[in-house]
Ligand binder design. Structure first.
Ligand code: TXA
Ligand code: MG
Length: 340
């Protein structure tokens, strides 16, 4: 699409200053955060927001998350800041959580995808916060992948998807968390709906606010139809779609082994936790949910690199951080689950 030259920068202070100059001139920068890399531009500039959608190939009704460098910056960006929202930020940020609130006039339509709300995130990654404060304005940043491909958890992933499409990419190594932030909305009564599960879990929120005040949105573990009205536009798009055709195999370890070992399809791979006994070529996603979250997107890209045609994946746990892993894998699998 574009043919711009993309600078590859380090995360040194002087390179962060170069990136900030680019952003101040309306340019785009892929930046590391603790969750995944973000494709950043000035959140208050509709021109920059339009460029983000174009660089990603993203539908323009899917709103961008706005990143701030300190909590006090939120007041200009929203028209209401309920106690519950403040409590959530104080408990879990800087960190991997995004809170959706009514947006102020400072946030242009282009940034919010035409919605009257905005998702605000205060990232834990110090380089991201430093970059935002050097800019002096908040940064809109969706995940720095091409729309439809797995979110980037390393600079290499960004380079593959975005060379020639952004002005610079900051190489900050691998992301610590590896799945995107927990996205939640807070209603007028202070009740919370989790729209996208992440490293801040249902239990974390329930312990803070009481179980009766937290619910999980329906789209997290079920398909919602394209035409259906959803709380979060991102829910209706098929994300993280690798070339390989993935099926989640939901059963005990023994059932999984038995199922997989009866398969002989060309180009078939098993996606396992660790030491399952399988006869197909296998790729590991890690034993704990945290490890799986950290590795998942890299593993999905790797499966394409090695030419996997069909992938039989062990079913991640559906609780704690595991719910975030399950939610992403479910989308990569186009919701194909084989229940044993
Ligand atoms: O961890 C993250 O959240 C990363 C890093 C870069 O911060 N960002 C990220 O952004 O994952 P993105 O755009 O790939 O995913 C944001 C999700 C989308 O599904 C979008 O629909 C939803 O959050 N979202 C954003 N603003 C919203 C709003 N105002 N109302 C409802 N959903 C919103
Ligand atoms: Mg994304």
């Amino acid at each position: 699409m574009n043919d711009m030259n993309t600078l590859i920068l380090s995360d040194s202070d002087s390179d962060l200053r170069r990136a900030a100059e680019i952003l101040k001139n309306g340019g785009l920068c892929a930046m590391p955060t603790e969750t995944v890399y973000g494709l950043a531009g000035n959140a208050l500039d509709s021109g920059a927001a339009a460029k983000i959608y174009a660089a990603k190939g993203r539908p323009s009704d899917n709103p961008l998350i706005v990143h701030i460098s300190e909590l006090s910056r939120i007041h200009d960006l929203v028209t209401a800041f309920p106690d519950t929202a403040e409590k959530i930020f104080k408990a879990f940020s800087p960190g991997p959580v995004t809170v959706i609130l009514p947006r102020s006039h400072k946030i242009p339509d282009a940034t919010s995808g035409g919605l009257d709300t905005v998702g605000i995130r205060l990232p834990a990654d110090k380089r991201a916060r430093k970059l935002i404060s050097l800019c002096g304005f908040p940064l809109a940043a969706p995940s720095a992948n091409l729309s439809g491909s797995p979110s980037p958890t390393s600079a290499e992933h960004c380079i593959r998807d975005l060379m020639g499409r952004v002005d610079c990419i900051i190489d900050g190594g691998k992301c610590a968390v590896g799945v995107e932030s927990t996205v939640l909305s807070v209603d007028r009564d202070g009740d919370v709906t989790v729209l996208r599960p992440g490293f801040v879990t249902y239990n974390d929120l329930a312990s803070l606010l009481g179980e009766e005040h937290v619910r999980l949105a329906r789209g997290i573990t079920e398909r919602v139809d394209e035409g259906e009205k959803v709380l979060s536009p991102g829910m209706k798009y098929r994300h993280y779609a690798p070339d390989a055709d993935i099926a989640i195999i939901d059963g005990s370890r023994e059932q999984f082994e038995c199922f997989v070992n009866s398969r002989r399809d060309e180009g078939a791979f098993a996606l396992i936790f660790g030491d399952e006994n399988v006869q197909l070529p296998a790729v590991k996603m890690g034993l704990t949910s945290e490890e799986q979250a950290h590795l998942l997107f890299d593993v999905l890209r790797h499966l394409d690199d090695i030419g996997a045609k069909r992938v039989y994946a062990r079913c991640p746990r559906k609780t704690g951080v595991g719910l975030a892993v399950y939610n992403r894998l479910l989308r990569a699998a186009g919701f194909e689950v084989i229940k044993l």
